[in-house]
Each structure stands twice: as C-alpha cells, then as structure tokens.
Design a protein around this ligand. Sequence first.
Ligand code: SAM
Length: 279
Amino acid sequence: MLSYRHSFHAGNHADVLKHTVQALIIEALKEKDKPFVYHDTHSGGGRYDLASEHAEKTGESVEGIGRLWEETCPPVMAPYLKAVKAVNPNGRLRYYPGSPALAGAMCREHDRLVLTELHPNDFPRLLQTFRGDRRVKMFNEEGYQRLKASLPPKERRGVVLIDPPYEQKSEYADLVQGIREAAKRWATGTYAIWYPVVQRHEVRSLESKMKGTNIRKILRIEMCVLPDSKEYGMTGSGMIVINPPWKLEKQMKELLPWLTEKLGQSPEASFKVDWLVPE
Ligand code: SAM
C-alpha cells in the first residue's frame, strides 16, 4: 500500500519549490524570539543520499537542485541553500536535506519539531537523522491523526507542512478533511500544502475543495517546468499556503521568474502566485 519512496525524487524541481517556501516560512517565524512548532505530517526519511541507487535511477535531482548548485541564486533562496550546503560540507553535491532536516537545521534550540512518517523503512531513517536531538518528537503514525491530536500547539505559533505522496485518489479528500479538522483546532496556524501538477483537472478539483472549506487567506504558489499534458507524469507542482507570512507573496513573485527560467524544461514553463482565497 505504501509504495511511494521520496528517495527516488529528492532534490527535484518540486522539492526545490517546496523547500524554498518552507525555508521562507521558517525564516519569518524566526523574526520573533518566541518559540514555535514545526509539524511535518508526511516526513519521509529526513535526508537523502543523491548517489543512492534510488536517486541515481531517476536522476531527478540533476534537473532540480543540480541546476542551482553552482549558480549565484537570488538572496531570498539563501536560507534554503544554506541548509543544502550544510549537509555537503566538502562543496560537492551529494546529500539533500528533506523537509525534516531542513527544518532541523533552521529551527532554534527553543523551537520544537513534530514529525510523522508511516513507512516502515523511512521511519527508522528519520529516527537516525535526529538521534539525540531533544527538540524533536517522531511518530510512526498516520499524519492527520497525529496532527489532530497535537493541535493547538502550546506555543500558538508555527507551521504545519503537509506533503502527501498522492498515490491514491482518496488522498485529496483525506487532505481536505485533515485541513478542516486542523483549522477547527488551530485557525491561526500556517499550513503549507504541497501538490503535484499531473492532470490539471485534479489540481482544479483540489482548489475548489480548498475554497469549499471556507478558510480564508489561502495563497497559491505554482511552478510548472513543462506545459500541462494529458499524459501521465508530473509537469509541475505547487504550494497552497494558509495564513502565509506577509512577505511570502512578494518574495515568491520576485523569485519565480528567475527560478522558472533556471528549472524550466520547455519554453512553455510557467508560474503563478495568487490568492486562492483572499483575507
Ligand atoms: N516531506 C518530505 C520532504 O519534503 O522531504 C517528503 C515526503 S514524501 C512526499 C511523502 C511521505 O509520506 C512518504 O515517505 C510516505 O511514506 C509518507 N506517508 C504516506 N502516507 C502517510 C500517512 N497517512 N501518514 C504519514 N506518512 C505518510
């Protein structure tokens, strides 16, 4: 049932977009001294070896972080790139921090991380990544169940990253249900939801379900490296951010023309940053 393994996809264009947005949200939270929580519902293995058999089989990172590694990138990408550089201290791109390792590198001593991962092979890797780190609690549990049980966080500040594999159609409905439950318990939290662009009608359906929640202040950020296609295969990805930090819209509007140019795989590569639901 759980066949998705992020090790095949780590560092691809979708990870670059997702982790850049994640890093900017954490940076914004760090502007205040007060502690916050980083909650990851679908954590994966924590960090990845780009020379592993899985990563080499697809080679996806070559068209993602690989295209940026030796570039001078806009300053807004600095928090994300700093974390990628930190796991590659000898200057050669070999390792890639997944969302938990990126958060672990950015969160402070008094911040807290809650990580859930269901996969029996990825959970031990996650444990290994954070062994001895007292800020982190890890659960081999269903992501939305743990989220529900953890909200509202005692800090009343923080971000929830929701990054399902979308292997089954039902995962879209699970996501929307999970968000409804979470927002009931913690309406002021920031929720960052990743989605793939495979079939455009699925994206439209997710957007309309999100609008149907009656939650306000929902920013959509999308980058497509290829034009939409009826064939099977991911042509782009996006982030739906509920209660985004106030600077995020401007930061992504400035960054995405450059990033889309760098990571685009066709002259028809495109991006958008707009409000799915305004305030
Ligand atoms: N967030 C990670 C990152 O950016 O590095 C990648 C996560 S990957 C896209 C999705 C993960 O969710 C997989 O490792 C999968 O095993 C896990 N997963 C699938 N269903 C789950 C569920 N219901 N609860 C928790 N984890 C789940």
